[in-house]
Design a protein around this ligand. Sequence first.
Ligand SMILES: Cc1cc2nc3c(=O)[nH]c(=O)nc-3n(C[C@H](O)[C@H](O)[C@H](O)COP(=O)(O)OP(=O)(O)OC[C@H]3O[C@@H](n4cnc5c(N)ncnc54)[C@H](O)[C@@H]3O)c2cc1C
Length: 402
Amino acid sequence: MKATLTIDDPVRAADVTLSDLRARARAAAAVAGQYASAVDSAARFPAEAFAAIKAQRLLSIMVPETLGGEGRGIGEASDVCYELGQACASSGMIYAMHNIKIACLVRHMGRSAALERLLRRLSAEQLLLASSTTEGQSGGNVRSSEAPVQHHDGGITLERRASVISYGAHADGIVTTARRSAEAAPSDQVLVAFLKSDYALSPLQGWSTLGMRGTCSEGYILKASGTPDQILPEPYETIHAQTMVPYAHLLWGSVWTGIAASATGRAQAFMRQAMRQGNGQLPPGAPHFTKALSSLRALRGMLATAMRAYERVKGDSKALASLEFQSMITLTKVEASELAVSIVMSALRACGLSGYRTDSEFSVERHLRDVLSSPLMINNERILSNLASSALLTPLPASLRE
Ligand SMILES: Cc1cc2nc3c(=O)[nH]c(=O)nc-3n(C[C@H](O)[C@H](O)[C@H](O)COP(=O)(O)OP(=O)(O)OC[C@H]3O[C@@H](n4cnc5c(N)ncnc54)[C@H](O)[C@@H]3O)c2cc1C
């Protein structure tokens, strides 16, 4: 499919072919990078980056071609997350969260006409979807919901204390977990998709954080109404294991790898400048640069292996539910986040004071503040303790016994 996109406005100034995804991602990342410091210091939504992302039609790359998208896979979405993560961590994370929601819809919407309509509109108008899984004070306990979907007069309503919804005020729609009904157990959940005209958000808590300041992850009371066919037909339990967790861990991981790659790039530039000015003498932090580089290779390698493992089993619900796959994809998040933090720390040590300054071209202070969110975005300790309990209940996979 060779479609050309002609763009006339400065943020959108690029002539690209739809097939050239990397060029489109880089064009959007260039804009995201231009405004990254402003987004961070003002803790504001990266509007310019998302105008460029929409102009490059990057919000519908994973939507099937039959619904106006490009039908691309997780590998290509991860490449875009990596490009954006290098330029502006908040833009990368917002793009990742949007695509995680797209994947849940595409892979689990069945024949829902309402959800097909939603995806067609999303492709045509480049709509941005937000995610709501955190509720009340339960933090990252995603597999438990308080507020139920209420059914009445052929319609549905939902009122939820959504304590964290990234870019909630800037999104065109929200995909949220909820209890199936008022009688259902907290773990008997559904996923529901609402567009902006279906809901109202009243502020609950702000987002004043160390990093990821542009995700604007504020808390809201979400009051929504719609029709039953906006509820995804498959139970959230299935969607969570088969799509939400794999896509979240692989796309978040791609953003964190982007942050780590950008910090390593600054350390390399610092090394070069220091050697030029030091008659070829390596600066004292050089061993840390080598460590950052080798850890970055390891992180990219680990993510690529996990991505291939997912691609192999993505159509096999039994394999997806297996302890082998679930422990691999769960540990991928823990290892990717811990590695990304250590890489940025190594880059800081390599750059020394120049990396610690906020006004130097080698500064990695924003990278550090942004990447420190990664072990807390669903706390790694929570993930490991959940895995430990499920691992205890299941026989060791063959690959670990042979
Ligand atoms: C950058 C970023 C973006 C995010 N975007 C979204 C989003 O778009 N949608 C979404 O649903 N979630 C979002 N989250 C929230 C995320 O999904 C988790 O809910 C959050 O990271 C907390 O995870 P945790 O509970 O495992 O860990 P922790 O924060 O370590 O919390 C541990 C426990 O402490 C308790 N706790 C936490 N906060 C409080 C509190 N204020 N008062 C009392 N007890 C408390 C809870 O029991 C919690 O389980 C985002 C998080 C980050 C870092």
